[in-house]
Ligand binder design. Sequence first.
Ligand code: NAP
Length: 273
Amino acid sequence: MTMTKINGETHIIGFFGATYKTSKMYRMYNAAFEALGLNYVYVPFIVQDIEKAIEAVRHLGIKAIGVTIPYKIAVVPYLDELDSDARRIGAVNAVMNNNGKLRGANTDGKGALKALQEVTHVAGKKVVLLGAGGAARAIAFALADEGGSVVILNRTKDAAANLAKAVDCKYETLDKLEQEIRGAHIVINATSVGMAPMENASLVSKELLSSALIVMDLVSNPRETTLLKEAKERGCQIVYGDRMLFWQGALKFQIYTGIEPPIEVMEKALNNF
Ligand code: NAP
């Protein structure tokens, strides 16, 4: 538990999201504030009405808000401005309050990229991206920015087509997986397939996983999904979804405070959860 000393000058960073009871971010941020001697505290808020909750941020002088499901898109109409990532993704995961002017940001794409860059670079690589929902959207832009050659594969064709048009990349439906995975360097699961309670499911059959592939799963519950377990068994390098969780959070720390995140302190707090 944090030892932060609350006083009249404490900056409050709040959390809006359905996972407010189980989020690991309280430990991660409060440990970082304490280690750097910053007069900040990170606390949950239970949102009844998102419009009123955002109004409260303005009126109570709350410094910033971390935002997750189900408010990432719902919050957008009530903000004054968006940064370039939030604008093109169409969703925010952080809101900054600058004297009553609220600015939305989104660190999901850069967070996922940082997780992937712990094991590989992306430029010139063929990336098969499974999914076309919110997380896939964030990552697709970040991969394309880095010079990755992205192919979006999604169950619903229209969603794949819309995202591919925005990113300016190729798309197919999931039945083209076998064909597209050949010659790919990186496979990323950005669908909810494999998430508890359906942890036995995977969109990629084990035989398609050649050892040269780097396989990343955004699903972080369970930590080792069926896809990652099978990829490991086939000799692939793997990237866990909790690395993205970590990095999108670390990048938000910088947005909240303007200070470099203390990476080791935050990692330790997250791992000791
Ligand atoms: P979302 O917007 O609801 O999108 C869900 C995606 O999964 C869609 O592309 C959907 O395809 C696909 N899908 C769902 N069930 C499927 C099935 N049975 N077969 C094939 N495709 C299926 O969700 P999201 O916000 O993008 O989140 C996706 C996953 O990423 C979740 O597990 C979430 O926990 C995880 N995530 C992790 C992090 C992290 O930091 N690690 C951050 C964000 C999200 P259709 O278009 O066909 O419906």
